[in-house]
Write a protein that binds this ligand. Structure first.
Ligand code: FDA
Length: 522
């Protein structure tokens, strides 16, 4: 006789097989629009609406996902309230649509703007409020707020605080924090996700949950387990992070293959072990086929004299002098790194004026890369089409946080992260030349980066690592497929993410080509 446990298991299995073998529910615009009207939601833009194209393209950052060949949503919804997000989730499911959530639209692989099946986009651009509570050193920020809106509002309200997140102001907090969020203050304070203390989430059943009602596992998964897998984060509660009144920005450019490779070799040992107050990254891009060039740019949470003293003794080869350093406020440094000119309010402008076609990949480095390999890499950088590489130093707080504190596992032992990217502007869309160049570079680097698995950063999403398309939903072991990339992004945290997903979204309502799937074996 089957035990209760095995009956439960068989029940779960047959339910799952039913789910996976049943043809997709047919979509109904009518069911959807009626449901939305019944909930009083008017911010609904259909494919035949005048504003549809403008709205859709507004925050598509990677133009590879803007072309006419890319599947488009039936509707774009701009909820004004958390309750409208709840109703939209319910209505979209009633209408048989998949749901894509968009915050800043900067997904490297278009996961907020396209899907294989019929779908709607819930765009959170109106849920962008940033409300500070300086007395407790916290703030509630909307799931649609951009990093620039957050930085700008903090600086308008108080001088003593900042926040730890990326440098691009038009990146959305929804996707960014969902994947971790590394930036100028991460060596001091950890990732954006490490500094989240509560969240409001609309789950697959349309319920509005907070940290207490969602439970610690769900809350854990939200903070780095990747956007689009768990529910819709309508608001994050973050810790405000203390910054001194004066910080120092410094930058030097260096040229020549021998000079740059030697400096980079040294940088690998110096940058991750400097005081936590330092962020010193290396940007490598050849200006032409004959020249090797690098810039070393950084931020120090303190005065210029301390920069000169510390770098003078820990990294003298860089040759930093007083003229390379500028003292300023933290917010001015954020503006500098945003590349937005000199007007502070431009940080809060949600529109990205530098949209390009681009392709990127990431790596983690645990042992210094040999000089010879750096020379080889720098030579490849001089080959057309002249892509670029960023070395982002870890160490400091990034090494102190346990690898299972959040789903983001790349902590102690990682000297630095690498981002390889290539961008182009070409009306004809994808160009194999660019993709092939980056893949070749990535292959060249394999012996020198983390192994078994070769780790990657989920916010630098890369579909070359594997995908689950709708054709795979029919019978394929989704978890085995997803582990191909999931293990690279999340290492040992992958299994826990799958367990959480199975509990909180067993129907896989929130999904994309690289989301965490539920496991039918649980
Ligand atoms: P987008 O809206 O496309 O969302 C990305 C994913 O998250 C999608 O799957 C989406 O469905 C989901 N999602 C969005 N909002 C959600 C919500 N509220 N609830 C649940 N899921 C949601 N990273 C970094 O760590 N440091 C950095 O300095 C930078 N810099 C940078 C510069 C530029 C120009 C780009 C294009 C990207 C970066 N990034 C980065 C990477 C960035 O963190 C990553 O692409 C984020 O996922 C982008 O989040 P958005 O909300 O903008 O994207």
């Amino acid at each position: 006789m089957a035990s209760m446990k095995s009956i439960y298991f068989l029940g779960t299995l047959s339910w799952a097989l039913f789910l996976l073998t049943t043809p997709a529910i047919s979509v109904s615009d009518e069911a959807f629009t009626e449901c939305m009207a019944a909930n009083g939601i008017k911010n609904l833009t259909s494919a035949s609406s005048k504003n549809y194209k403008i709205l859709l393209n507004y925050s598509i950052q990677n133009l590879r996902y803007a072309g006419s060949q890319i599947p488009k949503p039936h509707f774009i919804i701009l909820p004004q309230t958390e309750q409208q997000v709840q109703a939209t989730v319910t209505c979209a499911r009633k209408g048989g649509y998949e749901i894509r959530v968009r915050s800043g639209g900067h997904s490297y692989e278009g996961t907020s703007i396209t899907a294989e099946a019929s779908f709607v986009i819930i765009d959170l651009m109106n849920l962008n409020a940033v409300k500070l509570h300086v007395a407790t050193g916290t703030a509630w920020i909307g799931g649609g707020a951009t990093l620039g809106e957050i930085y700008y509002t903090i600086a308008q309200t108080t001088r003593g605080y900042g926040f730890s997140a990326g440098s691009c102001p038009t990146v959305g907090s929804g996707g960014h924090i969902s994947g971790g969020g590394f930036g100028l203050l991460s060596r001091k304070y950890g990732l954006a996700a490490d500094n989240v203390v509560d969240a409001h989430v609309v789950d697959a059943e349309g319920r509005l949950l907070n940290r207490k009602t969602m439970g610690e596992d769900f809350f854990w998964a939200l903070r780095g387990g990747g956007g689009g897998s768990w529910g819709i984060v309508v608001a994050w509660k973050i810790k405000l992070l203390k910054v001194p009144p004066t910080v120092t920005l410094f930058s030097v450019s260096r040229r020549g293959l021998r000079n740059v490779s030697t400096l980079l070799y040294k940088w690998q040992m110096a940058a991750p072990t400097l005081e936590k107050e330092f962020y010193l990254y290396a940007y490598l891009q050849a200006p032409d086929n004959r020249t090797t060039a690098a810039s070393f740019t950084g931020l120090y949470l303190g005065r210029k004299t301390a920069v000169l003293k510390s770098l003078g003794s820990r990294f003298p080869e860089l040759g930093i002098v007083a003229e390379d350093c500028t003292e300023m406020r933290w917010i001015d440094a954020a503006l500098f790194f945003s590349n937005r000119g000199s007007n502070l309010s431009s940080l809060a402008d949600r529109y990205d004026y530098n949209k390009l076609y681009f392709f990127a990949k990431s790596d983690y480095v645990r042992n210094p890369i040999p000089l010879k390999a750096l020379v080889g890499g720098l030579k490849t950088l001089r080959e057309q089409p002249l892509g670029s590489v960023i070395f982002d130093p870890y160490g400091g707080k990034m090494w102190e946080i346990a690898s299972d504190f959040t789903p983001f596992p790349h902590r102690a032992g990682n000297l630095f992260g690498i981002q390889y990217s290539v961008s182009w502007y070409d009306e004809n869309g994808d160009s194999e030349e660019y993709l092939a160049w980056l893949r070749k570079f990535y292959a060249f680097m394999e012996p020198y980066v983390s192994q078994n698995p070769r780790a990657a950063y989920v916010n630098y999403m890369d579909l070359d690592l594997g995908t689950v398309g709708n054709e795979l939903l029919n019978g394929t072991d989704l978890v085995a497929e997803a582990s191909k990339w999931g293990k690279k992004y999340f290492l040992d945290n992958f299994e826990r993410l799958v367990r959480v997903k199975t509990r909180v979204d067993p129907h896989n309502v929130f999904r994309n080509v690289q989301s965490i799937p539920p496991d039918i074996r649980f």
